[in-house]
Design a protein around this ligand. Structure first.
Ligand code: SF4
Length: 256
């Protein structure tokens, strides 16, 4: 797949967007607005390749918003959109890279309680930092945790998710096992760097059986990606993964 990549979010709060899975969702971008900050460099990333500057497992937060800015901007948006269904941490990379992610979660929940009490506070997280206790503790305080796991083995993880050297596959899996009430999301794509092959799928299903999430959401690429040679998996291909996983490990898999 090739074509234009997505532009980075230019602000701290964006939307509400009508998300495929969450419905009406106000996004929170805790990441820099001039570059992607992410411990992964996924072959399919809609923002293109992770640059050396943003490819890290920790940040001093110097290019990231402080908590006061987050709450002030969020409060303004919630006053305008009090009936959003979700307030979702996502944005230009991995939200848990923010050095004060835990405190930010608590303040965002206070804003939610005050201005949009029906909304759930969610995260789209790539799971790269779940090996850190403080990250897992903050994630546990959210209402909804949608955690990425595109690979079930080290080789596919290195080839497809392309993590920073400090991110170890088994530590990610161990961290996910220690989190309750999670949804795993996984993107499947074909091509040389892809994860749509018998071995990768088999290993992914095995890990899902070990992690035992509430459910899995699977999908394929729907827009240009960093590695233009990845190929789309059609619905029939995704349904095969669903059937196999549900039969083998008894975890509900939804195809998007
Ligand atoms: S985790 Fe998300 S932001 Fe990071 S490289 Fe992968 S797709 Fe891009």
């Amino acid at each position: 797949m090739s074509g234009d990549l997505l532009n980075l979010q230019t602000g701290l709060i964006y939307g509400p967007i009508n998300s495929r899975r969450l419905g009406s969702s106000l996004g929170i971008n805790l990441l820099p607005t001039t570059y992607k900050a992410c411990p992964f460099n996924c072959a399919y990333c809609q923002y293109g390749f992770t640059s050396a500057k943003g490819y890290t497992t920790q940040s001093d937060g110097s290019d990231m918003p402080d908590i006061e800015s987050v709450t002030a901007t969020l409060d303004e948006a919630l006053e305008e959109y009090p009936s959003v269904a979700y307030i979702t941490f996502s944005g230009n990379g991995e939200p848990t890279l923010h050095p004060e992610f835990g405190r930010t979660v608590d303040e965002v929940k206070k804003s939610r309680d005050k201005l949009a009490p029906e909304a759930k506070v969610a995260i789209l997280c790539n799971s790269s930092l779940v090996f850190k206790d403080e990250v897992r503790e903050a994630l546990a305080r959210l209402d909804v945790r949608i955690m990425k796991l595109d690979a079930g083995d080290e080789g596919t993880f290195r080839r497809f998710s392309r993590p920073h050297k400090n991110v170890k596959f088994e530590a990610v899996v161990a961290g996910l096992k220690r989190l309750d009430d999670i949804i795993i999301q996984a993107l499947f794509a074909g091509g040389e760097a892809g994860n749509y092959n018998d071995f990768s799928i088999e290993k992914w299903i095995e890990k899902i059986g070990e992690i035992r999430p509430n459910e899995c959401h699977i999908y394929s690429i729907d827009r240009p990606s960093a590695d233009g040679k990845l190929t789309l998996i059609d619905r029939a291909g995704l349904l095969k993964i669903k059937e196999k996983a549900e039969k083998q490990v008894g975890v509900t898999v939804k195809v998007y």
